[in-house]
Design a protein around this ligand. Sequence first.
Ligand code: HAM
Length: 414
Amino acid sequence: MEKIQKIKGFADLLPEQSRVFQRLEDTARAVFGRYGYREARVPILERTELFSRSIGEETDVVQKEMYTFPDRKGRMLTMRPEATAGMVRAYVENGLHAQEELSKLFTYGPMFRYERPQKGRMRQFHQLDVEAFGSPSPLLDAEMLFMLHHFLTELGITELTFELNSLGCPKCRPDYQNALNEYFKGFDSGQLCEDCLRRKLTNPLRVLDCKVPSCKELTRGAPKITDYLCPDCAEHFSTVKSLLDRGGLDYTLNPRLVRGLDYYVRTTFEITSGNIGAQTAVAGGGRYDGLVRTLGGPDLPGVGFACGMERLALLMADPGPSAPDFHIVAMGADALDAGLLLAQELRAAGFGGECALAHKSTKSQMRGADKSQARFCLILGEAELAAGTVVVKNMRDASQATVPLAGVIDLLRL
Ligand code: HAM
């Protein structure tokens, strides 16, 4: 029969890769927990409108990259391309704002974007996503950046660049948009791509995020958002920067950093690495005051970020499997049965390991014990069965002793 293959841009995570992902998840839980973040889990499938309304109609994500389809009743649904929109929906729908002043949440799981697959860019990829709702304070932005730095350091990932920008607010953004309009007005179809010819009128900030080389080149001379910040936004940004300076977190200012999603205001950031190929961003985020209201909730601020787990995994080594406590070698049918039952007793006592399931030569079973890297190899033959004993071989120093079956647990505890 013909083999059925996985979909392009999707991947199987076999044990070696899963171990790296588990380490990412465990470290996230430990580090984020220290800052008061709690885990939440939200659906993968949401109504399409959730994303078009929050991420923005003019973004590449909404225009070109979403997996959208009607369900059996014709309702338009989308496989989430990111987690923020769903987290905001859950925050509003479950009335968390009525229960607590500040909600600090994180989640992780698969996201879906129909992009051209390449190293570090998948159609199904995974994010670790962090969101904090309820505080406009620049201290929260700084704390979040410190936490992200702490998390990456804990993973042993260094040589990263923290790029930082402020995108202003609905008060100062229109002035900047006018300045951009004015700047891009002079360029036509020879210089801007087709999308940007439209974007320069509908949402000129998106031109700054265009990946087409000729558009990128033109943005070099474009006005900078940081020259247009209103006093409140300027002060907010200056507090974030000053806290990062005082906390010793190095960053690079990038006034062209607009991010690929429309909901950002004020602080935005991206963490990049030069060691993972063309897709350099390992994490990105920022403030999104106004989004909770756009999605039908009260007018409460929010800030967050997401890390790309595949991209972090490219920067991490496989920690290797943890060594089992025992491996049982058994000769003869009765010994095989006894080995299985002994393994059950040991597992019930909290130890981990495997036992022989079918007859094989002693040599081949000993090779299996070596390969398993177990701390102890327990050998059961007819003689041991008759005497109610087992041979315990310490695989680290090759020492060996015959002990009564009942004494194995105490030996393993050593
Ligand atoms: P984003 O910048 O679109 O932000 O994605 C965050 C990270 O996800 C990227 O930096 C990258 O590491 C990873 N990523 C994105 N697309 C792919 C892909 N196709 N394959 C592999 N990795 C990918 C967001 O999604 C925002 N929701 C972040 C956020 C949270 N902002 C506020 N709260």
